[in-house]
Design a protein around this ligand. Structure first.
Ligand code: 3PG
Ligand code: MG
Length: 403
């Protein structure tokens, strides 16, 4: 990675504004955090800054409040959780800019941690409004971006703020770019992609970009229906993206040209309805029939995918193989997760729902790396530059911190 990091600068006694991605899932009824992976992932940066006697000002968004204060999306619950993880009090500010916040920053001791209120309570955040970016910057001497999961957004706390402060990467940002960059630059072969999830649209950029680097691509999940339809199979009531049929055909053509084995399901689980207890059976892809929809990959497909994966040295996985929220249709996804966890290979898991599955199954420690970015990791593997990364200082740039 060619960006400066917190290790390259002197932060002792400095006010350091750290953008983190604490956009964690909350239980709808109780408001408690259901998966704290993103908070834990930011701990190395925060602990490093505490050890270095910096004055730490954390900022994040939570959900999509659209420029209004939404009580259920306050970051207080995150501050409490972070306090417990750090074994140290983390103060929650009432806002992210303004006199109250300025006062809280002034009172911050060396090694102290303050968490600002949800950035997206201000529409200026997503609009990347310069006045708001400047107000955030005015709170600090140095800016650190550790929010890989939001690095694909051109927002004030991600991009705007870097106009006004020396800006470097945090340790999570560095790790994400190293692991994800590593599979693009020098993957050990055989290298394969396991992709699923609802839509082809979300994955096109990534698939096109990795096509020249992989040995095989295994396609499951809802998106497999569009690929099967593009090959003229009857897919019944399965959701397909009409406007992506040509894209799917194009990807299959490209795979053939590149000598990449693009493997589609040979059998699938089909159901009359998508709910627990729905009647379902496994059929070969020739026999899906008109009235049913695909809800998982079948046993023969699981075996075929497994065989490819067992020979791999590097695997990237993004997207469930079926409707894994319903246990009855989660077999494909769970079997793939278990198989990957036992491989003697570099296993990289894309963020979002794939990361949730692996974490909830207790397999997180058995994977090489789980990205904290869903959209951001797909964009990055799609070969696109992330605005949040581009805005940071390069390794060969000099850094000047005003006091
Ligand atoms: C995410 O969870 O995808 C990131 O936190 C970014 O959130 P957003 O998709 O609402 O911009
Ligand atoms: Mg998102």
């Amino acid at each position: 990675m060619n960006k400066l990091t917190i290790r390259d600068i002197d932060v002792a006694g400095k006010r350091v504004l750290v953008r983190v991605d604490f956009n964690v899932p909350l239980d709808e009824k109780t408001g408690t955090i259901t998966d704290d992976s993103r908070i834990r992932a930011a701990i190395p940066t925060i602990s490093y800054l505490i050890d270095q006697d910096a004055r730490i000002i954390l900022c994040s968004h939570l959900g999509r409040p659209d420029g209004k204060v939404v009580e259920s999306l306050r970051l207080g619950v995150v501050a409490g959780h972070l306090s417990r993880l750090l074994g140290k009090r983390v103060e929650a500010a009432g806002d992210c800019v303004g006199p109250g916040v300025e006062k809280a920053v002034k009172n911050l001791m060396n090694g102290g941690v303050l968490l600002l209120e949800n950035l997206r309570f201000h529409s200026a955040e997503e609009e990347n409004e310069p006045g708001f970016a400047k107000a955030l910057a005015n709170l600090a001497d140095i800016y650190v971006d550790d929010a890989f999961g939001t690095a694909h957004r051109n927002h004030a706390s991600i991009v705007g703020v870097t106009e006004y402060l020396p800006s470097v990467a945090g340790l999570l940002m560095e790790k994400e770019l190293e692991y994800l960059g590593g599979i693009l630059e020098s993957p050990e072969h055989p290298f394969g992609g396991l992709v699923g999830g609802a839509k082809v649209t979300d994955k096109v950029e990534m698939l096109e970009n990795i096509m020249s680097k992989v040995d095989f691509i295994l396609v499951g999940g809802g998106m497999a229906a569009t690929f099967l339809k593009a090959k003229d199979y009857e897919v019944g009531l399965s959701l397909i993206e009409e406007e992506r049929l040509d894209t799917a055909a194009g990807l299959m053509g490209k795979a053939e040209k590149e000598g990449v084995r693009l493997v589609l399901p040979v059998d699938v689980v089909v159901a009359d309805e998508i709910n627990a207890g729905a009647k379902s059976e496994t059929v070969s892809v020739e026999n899906i029939g008109p009235g049913r929809r695909i809800v998982d990959i079948g046993e023969r497909t699981i075996e075929m995918f497994s065989e490819e994966l067992r020979s791999a040295r590097t695997v990237f996985w993004n997207g469930p193989m079926g409707i894994n929220e319903i246990p009855q249709f989660a077999t494909g996804t769970r079997t793939m997760a278990e198989l990957l966890s036992g491989l003697d290979a570099v296993t990289i898991i894309g963020g979002g729902s794939t990361a949730d599955v692996v974490t909830n199954m207790g397999l997180a420690d058995k994977m090489t790396f789980i990205s904290t970015g869903g959209g951001a990791s797909l964009r990055f593997l799609g070969g696109k530059k992330l605005p949040g990364v581009e805005a940071l200082l390069d390794k060969d740039q000099a850094i000047t911190v005003e006091k």
